[in-house]
Design a protein around this ligand. Sequence first.
Ligand code: MLT
Length: 310
Amino acid sequence: SGAAIGPAQAQDYPTRNITMIVPFAAGGPTDVIARIVTGHMQQTLGQTIIIENVVGAGGTTASTRASKAAPDGYTLITGHMGTHAASVPLYPKLAYHPSKDFEAVGLIAGTPILILARKDFPPKDLKEFVTYVKANTDKLNAAHAGVGSVSYSSCQLLDSVLKINPTGVPFNGTGPAMNALVGGQVDYMCDQIVNAVPQVKGGTIKAYAVATPERNPSLPDVPTTAEAGLPEFQAQAWNAIFAPKGTPAPIVAKLNAALVKALDDEGVRKRLLDLGSVIPKPAERTPDSLKKLVDSEITKWSAVLKPLSN
Ligand code: MLT
C-alpha cells in the first residue's frame, strides 16, 4: 500500500525505472501514443519508462491490474475513452472504477474516429456504405479491440445509428485488427486515426469518413461524416495517463509536468500531429481537467452503450 511513501520519497521521485502499462497490443494507437510521449518524459524525469503491453478484455484486464498496483509512481497506465469510460456501462462487474480507483495524471491526445474498410469492400463512398451494410448486415464482419475498447464502442454507436448488427471479430488491439483489415480478412472497423494514417495514405485500406466536425489535416481528402451524409455519427476518442489511486500528489504533479513538457516539444508535436492526433490545449492538460473528462465521458457513454448480457 501507499502508506509507506513519505514526503521525502515523493521529493526524490523517480529513483528507478517506471513501468507504463499499455492495455493493448504493440503497434496499435495506444501503444504508439504512449511511446511518443514517454520517450520524451523519460528525459525530463531522468529514468527509463518501460512500456509493458498487457492485453485482454478490451483493455480492462490491464486496467484492473494497474488499479491494484502500488501507488508509488512506478506503475502507470495509458488508458483511454474505452478503458476509462465506455467500459463502465459495458461491464456491470468491472473490477475498477476509472475515476475512483485512479489518479488522473493528464490527457495525452484526442484521437478522431474513422470509418475504415478493406481495400476491395464494394462501397465507393459513405452513402454507398450505408446502403450496402444495411442490405448485407448478416454477412458483415467488423473488427474491434475487444468489448470496452474504443473501436468496439465507436462501432456500437455507428451500428445503432444505422440499425445494423454485424458479426464482431475481436483482436487484442487495433494494431492486429488493422493487419486483418489490410489482409482483407475483415470488412470494416471504427478506429482511431493514429492507427490508420499510413495505410489510408498508402491505399491499403479505405477511409469513408472522419467522425468529427472538421476534416483532419493529416488526411485532408477524407470527408467528415456530416459532409458525407451521416452527421449523426460523431466520435472522438482520447488517450491519457493514469496512476493508481493514492499516488502522492507531488508525484502526480511531477508526472503531469513531464507530460506537459513533452506536449510542448516540437518533435513530439510533429509526430502526434502527423498521425492526426489532437494535442490538448494548456487548460485541458491538468489532472483536474482529465478527471472531469473521465466523469463526463462515463455519463455520455452510459447513455449509449448497453451492458453485456453475460
Ligand atoms: C489499441 O491501442 O489497440 C486501441 O486503442 C484499441 C481500441 O481501443 O480500439
